[in-house]
Design a protein around this ligand. Structure first.
Ligand SMILES: [Zn+2]
Length: 453
């Protein structure tokens, strides 16, 4: 049986990363993410996994984001019994993220049942906290930069930047070297490391989130101050939906620096996400995985008041004083940020700042597109606050940076597969790879299986 690769997710879309490597009966799954955004995508989370989870030997994870890890509790519940290998920081972050994901699933189902706006009666969670706990028991953390044998595969993790613990995976299996980019971060970021070069691959799977875009190279602290200062001067609140892991820490770093330099008015900053609080602590305990010195790490984490319980979160929503609120989720698909948006989006004095990728079909994407109302908990909420996008704060490489990372390969891979992008972004990256590198490449199609001969 020849070695094969099947694109079970993140093909034609940015979420649901799931790639299956097969060699006869041996099956290795690379990433195991949730689909997010458009309803037709989210519904795919409820379909049975395309291969029986019990037949998968091993899972490898590039990083902890839910669109790469969030299906694991269901995979384990439905029969997967192997190990889940990833970096140590990814393992630690997943301990926070998967429990939180399960908590949100349970809470949303309960909320829908209480308020009767689910079509399903009763609404059920996709998985439970108990399922998440069972998945976490299967995790094994690996160090960066060392080749290690996992049964008959040799795996090497290298830093990909992006978020704490994020890795590119270099899998040498049956004489073929298959490299997965995972999500690539940015070069010269003040917090995260550069994506580490990879020099060779027989086959390469590369992300294309921003394959058709170049990030504004503007100064993050100046851009933030230019929004925060006038907003608080007119008595408004700045709401920043932020991925609790990654963006929050970078935002806190820039806010602290901007206030310390006098660029930004000193206003109260609230971090309203119990998960982000724990993620901050992890940042300070994995110092080798980012650029911040211990004291800078502490200062960034201390600039905010941490809001842990729901009552305090609700009190914050009611509090009219000018302030900055960072709260998950980053695409406003769920979480406590919804309550803040309900309160502050209709307020002309306030501002909403988007600082990460907003997948199609999310409230974040609607805000970016200039929507006049947002549907939250069955209500249409008017948007009168100013809405801002700060792509320079993105955790994702832009098209030039993806090309820069590809440029470090010494020779062209036999074939390159483009994944993790909306169709236009993936097509644009394909054109650039062909024109600038003259590599053989293709945009992976959903559920497409390719033979790696
Ligand atoms: Zn990611």
């Amino acid at each position: 049986m020849p070695l094969s690769l099947t694109f079970l997710g993140a093909a034609g879309t940015v979420t649901g990363s799931r790639f299956l490597l097969e060699d006869g009966p041996r099956r290795v799954l690379v990433d195991c993410g949730l689909f997010q955004g458009l309803k037709e995508l989210r519904l795919r989370n409820w379909e049975a996994f395309p291969v029986a989870p019990a037949t998968i030997d091993t899972v490898l994870l590039t990083h902890a984001h839910i669109d790469h890890s969030g299906y694991l509790p269901a995979l384990v519940r439905d029969g997967f019994r192997g190990r889940i290998h990833c970096s140590e920081a990814t393992r630690d972050l997943c301990a926070i993220l998967l429990r939180d994901s399960a908590f949100l699933q349970e809470k949303d189902a309960a909320y829908a049942n209480r308020h009767g706006f689910s079509k399903h009666k009763p609404a059920k969670p996709l998985y439970t906290i108990r399922d998440a706990e069972a998945a976490l028991e299967r995790f094994a953390g690996l160090p960066f930069g060392k080749s290690q044998a996992l049964d008959d595969m040799t795996l090497t993790l290298r830093h990909s930047g992006h978020i704490l613990g994020a890795a590119t995976l270099d899998c040498l299996w049956r004489g073929q070297r298959i490299v997965f980019s995972g999500d690539l971060g940015r070069y010269d970021d003040e917090v995260m490391l550069d994506p580490e070069p990879v020099s060779e691959a027989d086959y390469l799977v590369v992300e294309s989130t921003y394959g058709d875009r170049r990030h504004d190279s503007g100064h993050a602290q100046e851009a933030l101050a230019a929004i925060v200062n006038p907003t608080v001067a007119r008595g408004g609140t700045v709401v920043i939906p932020a991925f609790a892991v990654g963006r929050v820490q970078t935002l806190l770093y820039h806010i602290e620096k901007a206030m310390a330099s006098g660029l930004m008015r000193r206003v109260p900053v609230f971090l309203d996400s119990p998960m982000a609080v724990s993620a901050n602590e992890l940042l300070c305990s994995h110092l080798e995985d980012h650029r911040l010195a211990p004291d800078a790490c502490m200062r960034a984490c201390e600039v905010a008041t941490y809001v842990r319980d729901v009552e305090a979160s609700k009190a914050l929503t009611e509090n009219p004083m000018p302030k900055i609120i960072l709260s998950a989720s980053g695409m406003a698909t769920g979480g406590r940020v919804l309550h803040h948006l309900k309160r502050f989006a209709p307020d002309r004095r306030s501002a909403v700042v988007l600082a990460g990728y907003q997948a199609a079909g999310t409230r974040g994407a609607s805000l970016l597109a200039g929507a006049e109302t947002l549907r939250i908990h069955g209500e249409d909420i008017p948007v009168r606050a100013s809405v801002h996008n700060l792509p320079m704060l993105s955790a994702h490489a832009d098209a030039d940076e993806i090309l820069r990372w590809l440029g470090d390969f010494h020779t062209a891979p036999r074939e390159t597969f483009i994944v993790h992008g909306e169709p236009e972004a993936s097509a644009a990256l394909k054109r650039r790879i062909e024109a600038e590198l003259r590599w053989k490449c293709r945009v992976a199609q959903p559920v497409e299986r390719v033979v790696l001969a």
